[in-house]
Design a protein around this ligand. Structure first.
Ligand code: 2AM
Ligand code: CA
Length: 268
């Protein structure tokens, strides 16, 4: 862990690890349930809610006045209107449901409308990604940086594929048609929080996705930025939480990738 972890980041780490312990216990059960006809869907939804309860309890105990925006509970107003937690107790739900270990707890903190801290924890790999504004990004106790690759030809990208019930299937295919000819590879993890963490750690050179929720992105944005990355929406502005669209990469790669995925007259 970073040496100069603030008390608030510590609170976030404790909450994420506690929720992670609960999730990993349930993850073991999920494997057994794969063979049942009904499958583990209901069980997973309970696991998700349980993790959210743990985070809610921990954060409320440590910082009583702060508000919340949580995946399951939605908005919870706090007495202190300057602070808000953005919480996804289980990002990568579909992976978790299928016994795939690409999932994470994600906790972001907004102060006066600005994202100032983020914690993303994958209990299956025991990888903890953390960042505070102005203090750099870390994976466990190691400082992380975005990769230095500058050209699409060298880039390993990650994205989200709109699935059943989501919009944008045609647009996604049109983007792929062009982009897949330009890059070293494109992956899809199924967790926006891990995509952003992996960009921060240099495991991916760039990431873009549409139609996300604020809790999918908040912590990851701080982590990617503090690792030296640029995170914007697909018009190049910082309205990601409002629009639900995001692109993150090092500055040069962001510039190279944005024209292919922008909402404004993309290269297609
Ligand atoms: P989840 O696992 O918490 O549902 C995968 O492309 C990413 O998109 C995941 O972070 C996933 O979060 C998120 N996601 C899945 N369905 C979504 C939806 N209907 N709206 C917004 N985000 C969604
Ligand atoms: Ca999510």
């Amino acid at each position: 862990m970073a040496l100069n972890v603030s008390p608030t980041l510590n609170v976030m780490i404790t909450a994420a690890r506690k929720a992670g312990r609960s999730l990993i216990r349930d993850f073991g059960e999920v494997e057994q349930l794969q063979v049942s006809v009904k499958g583990p869907a209901n069980f997973v939804s309970i696991a998700d809610t349980k993790a959210e309860e743990i985070i809610f309890r921990e954060l409320t105990k440590a910082r009583p006045g702060y508000g919340f925006l949580m995946e399951e509970r939605g908005f919870v107003e706090g007495a202190d209107s300057t602070h808000r937690w953005l919480v996804d107790p289980l990002d990568g739900t579909t992976n978790f449901l299928h016994s795939n270990p690409l999932f994470a707890v994600s906790i972001g903190l907004e102060r006066e409308g600005q994202l100032v801290a983020g914690v993303i924890y994958n209990p299956a790999t025991d990888e903890l990604f953390t960042a505070e504004k102005g203090k750099g990004a870390y994976m466990n106790d190691r400082r992380i940086r975005v990769a230095a690759r500058k050209t699409l030809a060298d880039a390993l990208l990650t994205t989200g594929i709109p699935h059943r019930g989501r919009d944008g299937h045609q647009r996604f295919l049109a983007e792929m048609e062009v982009l897949m000819r330009e890059v070293a590879g494109i992956r899809r993890t199924g967790s926006a929080a891990l995509d952003l963490s992996y960009v921060a750690a240099g495991r991916f050179d760039g990431y873009w996705e549409r139609n996300l929720k604020p809790w999918d992105m908040a912590a990851g944005i701080v982590i990617a930025r503090e690792a030296g990355g640029l995170a914007t929406d697909l018009e190049g502005t910082d309205k990601m939480l409002e629009s639900g669209d995001i692109i993150a990469a090092n500055i040069q790669m962001h510039k190279a990738l944005l024209p292919f995925v922008t909402n404004k007259g993309a290269k297609r």
